[in-house]
Design a protein around this ligand. Structure first.
Ligand code: PLP
Length: 385
C-alpha cells in the first residue's frame, strides 16, 4: 500500500461501539472491569487508552514500525527513550542535535551517570573512534537544525550494529512520508509530533517507534512508569492532523525546492542550506535516503541587520519558533532556537548572524518569493567573501 493510502487507513479507525468513522475521544481515566478475576485490555489511561492506542498504531504504521508510543511533547518522547539507558552507559550523539536534546544530555542525564560524546556523524572515522566499551547507542538527527546538515543514516546504523550498539534517529524534519529511518537500519525513531505530524501549530506531542519487541517493551515500561503520555484530546488532534500529512509534505517540499533554487540566485543571499540543492554537500546522500529535500531551509543574508530587515518587512511568514505548520514560519536561530550557544559555538555550528530559517507552509510559493523579494530589495548586497 502506498503512503497516502496507509495514512488514511491508519487514521480512519471506526469506533467499534457505534461505527463512527472517526475514533472517539475516550476521556476516561479508568475503565470498568467485567469481573473480579478477568480484567479487560484497558484499566487506567496512563497505561493505555483506546484513543491513544489508535494514534500510536497510526504513527507506527507511518514509519513502517510495529510499535508506537505517544508522549506529551517531543522532548518527553526523546527523554523517555534516553531513560531506557542506565548508569554507566555512554551514548554517541550528533553534534548538530536539537537544543532540547542537547540540554537533556548535558544537564540532566549526567546526574544519573549516563554519559555522551558529541560527534560529527558525517565523519565515520570520528564516530568509530568515539565508541567506548560502555557505548550503547548512536543518536542521529538528519537533516539537522538549522543548517540542514545530512547524515548518512544507513552508514551510521551499520557502524552501530557492527559494534552491537543501537541506532536512534530523530526524524522530525523529514516526517515518515519523506524518510523512513527504520528501513535504513535504525532501531528507534523519535519525533517531535508537534511539527509536521500534527502539522497545524496547535498541539505539542512526541512519538517513539520501533520494530524491536525488546526495545518496545523498554520504551513502554518508561512511558507507563514516568507517565509523560499524550492526552487523549491531543491524540485525536494528532490523528486529524496526520490525515493530510502526505499532501502537506508534497506541497511544502516542492515549494521549498522552488524557493531554495530562487534564493540561490539572489545577490543578497550568501548561503542557502537545503539538501534538495545539488550544490549542497549532503545532496547525494539525501537523494538516496529521502524522497526530497524536505520543507525546511535556511539562508544567510549576510548580517544581523539584514536578517532583522527581512524578518520585519516580510508579511506572509509568521516570525516565530517551531516549524512544520500549514503557515510558513520564519525564525532567527541565533536569537531563538540557538540563543543559549555562545557566538563562538554558534559559528562552529554554522549559525551565522545573518542566518534565517524558513519552514515552508501551504501558501502559494509565488507569493512567498514575491514577499522575500520585496524584503531583499530593502537590504544591502553583502560583499562577496
Ligand atoms: C521541536 C523538536 C524537538 C522537541 O520537540 P517538542 O515537541 O518541542 O518537545 C525535537 N527534535 C527536533 C528535531 C525538533 O524540531
Amino acid at each position: 500500500m502506498h503512503d497516502w493510502t496507509k495514512i488514511i487507513k491508519a487514521t480512519t479507525v471506526q469506533d467499534p461501539a457505534t461505527g463512527a468513522v472517526n475514533t472517539p475521544i475516550q476521556l476516561s481515566s479508568t475503565f470498568n472491569q467485567a469481573s473480579f478475576d478477568e480484567f479487560g485490555k484497558f484499566d487506567y489511561s496512563r497505561s493505555g487508552n483506546p484513543t491513544r492506542e489508535v494514534a500510536e498504531h497510526a504513527v507506527a504504521t507511518l514509519e513502517d514500525g510495529q510499535f508506537g508510543y505517544l508522549f506529551s511533547t517531543g522532548m518527553a518522547a526523546i527523554s523517555s527513550v534516553l531513560m531506557t539507558f542506565s548508569q554507566g552507559d555512554h551514548l554517541i550523539i550528533s553534534k548538530y542535535v536539537y537544543g532540547g536534546t542537547f540540554r537533556i544530555l548535558e544537564e540532566v542525564l549526567p546526574r544519573f551517570g549516563i554519559e555522551h560524546t558529541f560527534v560529527d556523524l558525517s565523519d565515520l572515522d570520528a564516530v568509530a573512534a568515539a565508541i567506548q566499551p560502555n557505548t550503547k547507542a548512536i543518536y542521529i538527527e538528519t537533516p539537522s537544525n538549522p543548517i540542514l546538515a545530512v547524515t548518512d543514516i544507513a552508514a551510521v546504523a551499520d557502524l552501530a550494529h557492527q559494534h552491537h550498539l543501537i541506532a536512534i534517529a530523530d526524524n522530525t524534519f523529514m516526517s515518515p512520508v519523506l524518510q523512513k529511518p527504520l528501513h535504513l537500519g535504525v532501531d528507534i525513531v523519535v519525533h517531535s509530533a508537534t511539527k509536521f505530524l500534527a502539522g497545524h501549530s496547535d498541539i505539542v506531542a512526541g512519538a517513539a517507534i520501533t520494530n524491536d519487541q525488546e526495545l518496545a517493551d523498554q520504551i513502554y515500561f518508561i512511558q507507563n512508569a514516568v507517565g509523560a503520555t499524550l492526552g487523549v484530546t491531543d491524540c485525536w488532534l494528532l490523528l486529524r492532523g496526520i490525515k493530510t500529512l502526505g499532501v502537506r509534505m508534497q506541497q511544502s517540499s516542492s515549494a521549498a525546492q522552488r524557493i531554495a533554487e530562487w534564493l540561490e540566485q539572489q545577490p543578497q543571499v550568501t548561503r542557502v542550506c537545503y539538501p534538495g540543492l545539488p550544490s549542497n554537500a549532503g545532496y547525494a546522500i539525501q537523494q538516496r535516503q529521502a524522497v526530497n529535500g524536505g520543507a525546511v531551509l535556511s539562508f544567510d543574508v549576510g548580517s544581523e541587520t539584514a536578517a532583522r530587515t527581512v524578518a520585519e518587512t516580510t508579511t506572509i511568514p509568521e516570525f516565530s519558533v517551531s516549524l512544520g505548520g500549514t503557515e510558513t514560519i520564519l525564525s532567527y536561530p541565533p536569537k531563538m532556537s540557538h540563543a543559549e550557544l555562545s557566538v563562538a559555538d554558534q559559528a562552529a555550528s554554522g549559525i551565522t548572524p545573518g542566518l534565517l530559517r524558513f519552514s515552508v507552509g501551504l501558501e502559494d510559493p509565488d507569493d512567498l518569493i514575491a514577499d522575500l523579494a520585496q524584503a531583499f530589495a530593502k537590504i544591502a548586497v553583502p560583499a562577496q567573501s
